[in-house]
Design a protein around this ligand. Structure first.
Ligand SMILES: Nc1ncnc2c1ncn2[C@@H]1O[C@H](COP(=O)(O)OP(=O)(O)OP(=O)(O)O)[C@@H](O)[C@H]1O
Length: 820
């Protein structure tokens, strides 16, 4: 490459200088011709060069340090200034002998000799012609040799191939200068200004970044065209090396730049933020980062958090995005991640807690203890989700709470009643304004642990809307296969719900989405008998209410008799929620009296109850009597538990028409039709005068008219009612019935038996007619509940009538014998 030393020459302190000598860095064709015409001396002093090769026409500075070299230069400088220059084979050789130097070299003219301040001598040499040593004639005080000129085979200047090679050399040289950071761009001008082709080749060869060996090889090639080609080859290599080097460097530089750029921008933004709002969020963000480090995240979550935190750092605090992003980060920090409470699997203790909080419910407690036992053994929570199913107020929700206490877990309850939007469960995407996580994650956040007992209340009350189906989102929550990676739209990252113990509660099974129902193990909780309610009131509800009102048993006592009065006279429910409210009313009354220093009875009397709770409400569901034809007690099941209902029928003169009233549903109406058709078909066998069927209209009514009713279970009661009307015979006293009918005269089983039986007992019913297949249900009921009840299990409709219809006519029976 063009040697910088040439360009830096002006800076050298010139101590000794040949005033005639001119600095000719570039050689014109005329100079060249003149140089070619110069004759070479036959015998010449030889200067060995350690690490360079001198080419004809080229000017180079060399430093002479060795005594021999200095002497040679001084002698030559004084005489004809012409010397021979050869390259050393081994540059480390201090005193090279003839065999230590190359035998092809260049005759040179000493242009200047400069004494440098460090004691060395710098000599500016210009190459003239190439020579070959014929024989060394002297070794001391320096080398001398007999030489002969190496003839140069030159192609014609018009030779196209040679011209092309020379052009390429020029082009490449310019390119190399551009790519190389160490060559000043001015060198381009030097190259462009070279007119002589041989000089160009020599100039480039001399300045290229080649080893001495390679340069010597170039110098030794006799044919100029061959030398040009070889030079071009070296140049190509050099250019490629440079390009690769630059490429690598630019990549490295880019990375650095990027980092620096970000740092710079952040600093700038910090300053702008401080100037605008006066608040720097840096400290807050760093605090968040420190909190994040304490979280038990897996790698994926930790990386995600860091990414999102950096995003927050880059967001302008005055933009709405900042708030959203900060909420998002805070959610990550507030949510429990792999933070578990240790389970207490002492099942005896669990049983004690369940017994302490809930009276009765033996089967349910047993089932729950079994469930906990399985959890204890498997320890992976992959047992089915429990669904407690039963009427309101029977303790479904509160049992969940006791389970949490027994296990030593946090307890959370989420009501699903009326939930219609999938986003309530899964949350909204972060991009929505006011977006929040779904309620599942919000509750987990509240629980602060990853394994709470999570009660999903009223799972049967979920509904669908155009905003998606929340049940399908719940499916994912409850499915042990999927809930390891529960997807919340706001969180955007799977959250592990698999360690959460879910307990669902439901009032009805029919409205639970079937796929959801499949994933749960249903535990039925029936209503309570009057005795049980009294016991619950005494042992749980009253003490609880006293405590809540800041009273003790010294302040207020309610005896069993009074409790029964409250249960029977003021509540009509399967559970005890209404009862609890009534007791609360009585307790409140006492609390008020104490607070106002009024006198009151510590032992609540019947009169007190009447005063506080006013008159008992009308007892609708009490069996009345059998004085009237066509009034049958049926048993119904509603979502608030079992109930009795009266089926009434009445005949009046007409043409055999039938009317139905009482807000009956389709299935119920069909039951009436089936019953009537059955009666028509079997009139004689049933002892009914066929004329009566044609000459009387029949009207069926089921009070209360405002309450919609449906279902097939009133079938046998309808039949019995109509037969009683058509025969004017009394129905057996204190009997109730439930069962579906068919046209063939068969009785089919129905559901809700336990609830219905309890309702019947409350209503003072003594005998109950049921389908044979319902016997199983009766056997499952605790004997205490059914004490004093007689069950008649039937197969056929005729059996029902045999049991239920007496031979006695009712009071004021219509005379149906005579034909009208
Ligand atoms: N067997 C029982 N022993 C003691 N207390 C009971 C019992 N059953 C219910 N309770 C009490 O009755 C009240 C109502 O119970 P809870 O709220 O659990 O009813 P629920 O069955 O979940 O009703 P819903 O279906 O309306 O949610 C609670 O205070 C509960 O403690």
């Amino acid at each position: 490459m063009p040697n910088q030393k040439i360009l830096a020459l002006d800076n050298l302190s010139l101590q000794e200088m040949d005033p005639d000598a001119e600095l000719i860095p570039l050689m014109t064709p005329e100079d060249e011709e003149e140089m070619n015409n110069e004759a070479l001396p036959e015998d010449i002093a030889i200067l060995p060069l350690r690490n360079t090769v001198l080419f004809p026409g080229v000017v180079i500075p060399i430093t002479a340090g060795r005594d021999k070299s200095i002497k040679l230069i001084n002698d030559a400088n004084a005489k004809g200034k012409i010397i021979g220059v050869v390259a050393q084979i081994d540059e480390n050789e201090e005193d090279p002998s003839p065999s230590d130097v190359h035998h092809i070299g260049t005759v040179a003219r000493i242009m200047r000799v400069l004494k440098m301040p460090d004691g060395n001598t710098t000599v500016i040499l210009q190459g003239k012609k190439r020579f070959e040593v014929e024989a060394f004639t002297q070794e001391e005080p320096y080398l001398r040799a007999k030489i002969k000129e190496v003839a140069e085979e030159r192609p014609d200047d018009k030779n196209v191939e040679f011209k092309t090679i020379v052009d390429s050399i020029k082009e490449l040289a310019i390119q190399i200068i551009k790519e190389s950071p160490s060559i000043p761009t001015e060198a381009t001008f030097a190259i462009k200004n070279i007119e002589s082709n041989p000089f160009l080749i020599n100039f480039v060869s001399s300045n290229m970044n080649l080893s001495v060996e390679e340069k010597q090889k170039l110098l030794s090639i006799p044919n100029l065209k061959d030398r040009a080609l070889e030079t071009l080859r070296f140049m190509n290599l050099e250019l490629q090396k440079l390009e690769v080097r630059n490429d690598i460097q630019s990549k490295v530089r880019f990375d650095l730049d990027q980092q620096q750029r970000e740092y710079f921008l952040q600093q700038q933004m910090k300053t702008i933020q401080e100037e605008l709002g006066g608040v720097s969020y840096e400290a807050e963000i760093e605090e968040m980062r420190a909190k994040g480090l304490k979280k038990k995240w897996d790698d994926k979550t930790a990386k995600h958090f860091e990414k999102e935190l950096s995003k927050l750092q880059r967001t302008n605090p005055n933009s709405p995005d900042f708030g959203i992003q900060r909420n998002y980060i805070e959610l990550f920090l507030e949510l429990p991640w792999n933070e578990f409470t240790k389970d207490n699997f002492d099942l005896k203790r669990a049983q004690k807690i369940l017994d302490r909080d809930h009276y009765g419910l033996e089967d349910v407690k047993k089932r729950i203890i079994e469930h906990l036992a399985v959890l204890k053994l498997r320890n992976d929570m992959k047992s089915p989700i429990l669904c407690l199913y039963g009427p309101p107020g029977v303790g479904k929700t509160s049992i969940g709470k006791s389970v949490a206490e027994a296990l030593g877990r946090e307890y959370i309850r989420m009501s699903l009643g009326g939930l219609r939007d999938e986003a309530e469960i899964r949350g909204h995407r972060k991009t929505y304004i006011g977006a929040m996580p779904g309620r599942i994650l919000q509750n987990i956040k509240k629980a602060k642990t990853s394994n709470p007992v999570f009660v999903l209340d009223e799972i049967d009350k979920l509904s669908t809307s155009h905003n998606g189906d929340p049940s399908s989102a719940l499916l994912e929550v409850l499915d042990p296969e999927q809930n390891k990676e529960f997807h919340d739209n706001f969180l955007e990252l799977g959250y592990d719900l698999s360690k959460v113990m879910f307990i669902a509660t439901s009032n009805s099974l029919s409205t639970i989405q079937p796929a959801l129902r499949d994933r749960m193990e249903i535990i039925e909780m029936t209503g309570y008998t009057i005795e049980e309610k009294i016991e619950i009131a005494k042992t749980h509800l009253l003490p609880k209410q006293l405590k809540e009102h800041g009273l003790t048993t010294k302040d207020l006592q309610i005896g069993k008799k009074q409790l029964e009065k409250i249960v029977v006279g003021y509540t009509r429910e399967s559970g005890v929620r209404g009862l609890e409210k009534k007791i609360a009313q009585v307790v409140r009354h006492a609390a008020k009296s104490i607070a106002m220093d009024e006198t009151y009875n510590v032992k609540v009397s019947d009169a007190d109850i009447l005063e506080v709770l006013k008159s008992p409400r009308m007892e609708r569901d009490k069996y009345e009597n059998n004085d009237v034809a066509g009034v049958v007690t049926g048993l119904a099941w509603t979502s608030v538990g079992g109930d009795i209902l009266f089926i009434e029928s009445l005949i009046s003169k007409g043409k055999g028409a039938m009317t139905m009233t009482g807000n009956l549903g389709t299935v119920m109406k069909e039951s009436v039709t089936i019953a009537l058709e059955y009666i028509r078909a079997n009139a004689e066998f049933l002892g009914i005068n066929p004329d009566v069927l044609n000459n009387y209209n029949i009207h069926i009514h089921v009070p209360e008219g405002a309450t919609p009713k449906d279902g097939p279970s009133a079938g046998i009661a309808m039949l019995t009612s109509m037969v009683s009307s058509f025969t004017q015979k009394r129905i057996k006293k204190n009997i109730a019935m439930t069962g579906e009918i068919t046209l063939r005269g068969k009785v089919l089983p129905v559901g809700g038996i336990k609830e219905k039986i309890l309702a019947a007992k409350r209503a003072n019913i003594k005998e109950i007619i049921l389908c044979k297949e319902n016997k199983r249900d009766i056997e499952e009921i605790k004997p205490d509940y059914i004490e004093g009840l007689t069950f008649h299990y039937v197969d056929k409709m005729s059996e029902v009538l045999d049991i239920a219809i007496t031979n006695q006519k009712v009071k004021n029976a219509k005379n149906l014998e005579s034909k009208n």
